[in-house]
Design a protein around this ligand. Structure first.
Ligand SMILES: [Mg+2]
Length: 450
């Protein structure tokens, strides 16, 4: 049974009853390919790696009728659908559409969080005074996206991110016995029905439950969310770890504390680069991250900010992406501190393919005064946990370099970035370091003057 019909209550919710909206474009990459080449319409189309080890990144609904899904090995996809057209993907085109999609969401509210090219959360509460009605706003959003971009999407509304995302999934077309069945397009999970609906979902519908976790849960006899809601959290922690167990038990009770992380201009500072030649793997990515970290660090200092959250984004050649974040108890604006965190985050990512894009973003800003206090707490640099170790190292760098960095930035501001460098940078370039007073091995030719 498809439960969404029961979810829409006849009375329209207010933004306080349905504050969170999630919108996700349908079969995004494949749909863009079909828009650009109408001869593909009605055919089973997928975007992804066509080779022996290729993976499907996006599949048209026509392809899904045959059981082709994203993340499926292309070999299996071809076995399910012999006529499947697998296209290599044109990332620049997807970015054009993605930008327009984000522009349309931004017209509704600036309070949105982007989860990738084709997926956005929005917090509607700031629209309260405009008397915006969530279901109407959601329907408008769909109409505009379809009218202006020619793309379809599903929109979910709910009390929190958990329900909004589950609802948008529910709003989408599905395949039943090889036939495509339209979705509702917009689904609101009303508070009166949310618990009953959630209880009947399989555990793998929950955020963060991939095939491996789902298999572990099933081994424990936990197949549905209702099973998870009854389980003893401490027992579950023994199998999944404390963090995962507490998150899943909270989700099972419909609780989700995550807020929509709004990235307004100025809310995050970042640098992304698409490489002309993809990076082979982790080592190259870590090396590239140093340059990114330096750019982000300088941008932070130019704005007089320190950031507590560092996010790395990796996009692979098969167009799948992964992002990882770490939030520290203190803020950083030091390039080595950012490099340490970014490096640890990269180490936690699997690199099945070459890297097409690398991004580093800094967010969750702290006032400098506040940060001074936070930095006074010690951390253990010999921790066996890689992320904790990176945090301790980044704290050391941040504390040690605050004064020096301010001076270096001032020089660079006046004379350009080549005017001054660290000793190791300069030695690499064959520069002899002067230690004697009055001798200058590097720096501006003319005196600072003013
Ligand atoms: Mg999508």
């Amino acid at each position: 049974m498809r439960p969404f019909a029961a979810l829409n209550s006849p009375s329209e919710p207010t933004v306080d009853e349905a504050p969170i909206l999630h919108v996700d474009l349908d079969a995004f990459f494949a749909s863009v390919e079909i828009l650009d080449d109408p001869s593909l319409r009605g055919k089973p189309v997928a975007v992804g790696g066509g080779g022996e080890r290729g993976v499907i990144a996006s599949a048209s609904y026509e392809a899904r009728r045959y059981g082709v899904r994203s993340a499926m090995p292309s070999v299996i996809a071809r076995r399910r659908c012999a006529d499947l057209i697998i296209l290599p993907g044109r990332f620049d085109r997807y970015e054009v559409y993605s930008r327009q999609f984000h522009d349309i969401v931004r017209d509704l509210t600036p309070d949105y969080e982007s989860l990738g090219l084709d997926e956005v959360f929005a917090d509607l509460r700031s629209l309260r005074r405009l008397r915006v009605r969530p279901l109407e706003a959601a329907a408008d959003l769909r109409r505009r996206i379809n009218g202006e971009l020619g793309l379809l999407c599903g929109v979910g509304l709910g009390r929190n991110k958990l329900f909004a995302k589950l609802a948008s999934k529910e709003s989408k077309p599905t395949v039943v016995d090889g036939r495509l069945v339209d979705g509702a397009g917009v689904v609101w999970v009303s508070p009166a029905l949310e618990q009953r609906w959630l209880a009947e979902l399989p555990v793998r519908a929950l955020w963060g439950v991939g095939p491996a976790t789902a298999a572990k849960l099933e081994k424990l006899g936990l197949r549905f969310v209702r099973d998870l809601a009854r389980v003893d959290e401490a027992t579950l922690a023994g199998h999944l770890g404390v963090a995962m167990a507490s998150t899943l038990v909270a989700y099972a009770h419909g609780e989700d504390k995550r807020v929509v992380e709004v990235h307004r201009v100025g809310k995050s500072v970042g640098h992304e680069q698409t490489f002309a030649k993809s990076l082979a793997g982790i080592d190259d990515a870590v090396e590239a991250a140093k340059g990114h970290a330096a750019i982000v660090a300088r941008a932070l200092r130019a704005e007089g900010r320190v950031a507590r959250t560092i996010t790395v984004i990796v996009r692979f050649d098969d167009l799948t992406s992964v992002s990882r974040s770490q939030t520290l108890s203190f803020g950083i604006d030091d390039e080595y501190a950012i490099t340490a965190i970014a490096g640890a985050l990269l180490q936690s990512i699997e690199f099945p393919h070459a890297v097409r894009l690398l991004g580093i973003h800094a967010s969750s800003f702290l006032e400098r005064d506040e940060n001074q206090m936070q930095l006074s707490f010690g951390l253990d640099p010999s921790s066996s946990n890689a992320r904790e170790r990176a945090e301790a190292i980044s704290r050391e760098r941040q504390v040690g370099n605050e004064a020096l960095r301010d001076a270096v930035d001032e020089v660079r501001e006046k004379f350009g970035s080549a005017a001054v460098g660290t000793a190791s940078e300069l030695r690499e370039h064959g520069v002899e370091i002067a230690t004697q007073r009055g001798r200058h091995a590097f720096g501006p030719e003319r005196s600072p003057g003013g």
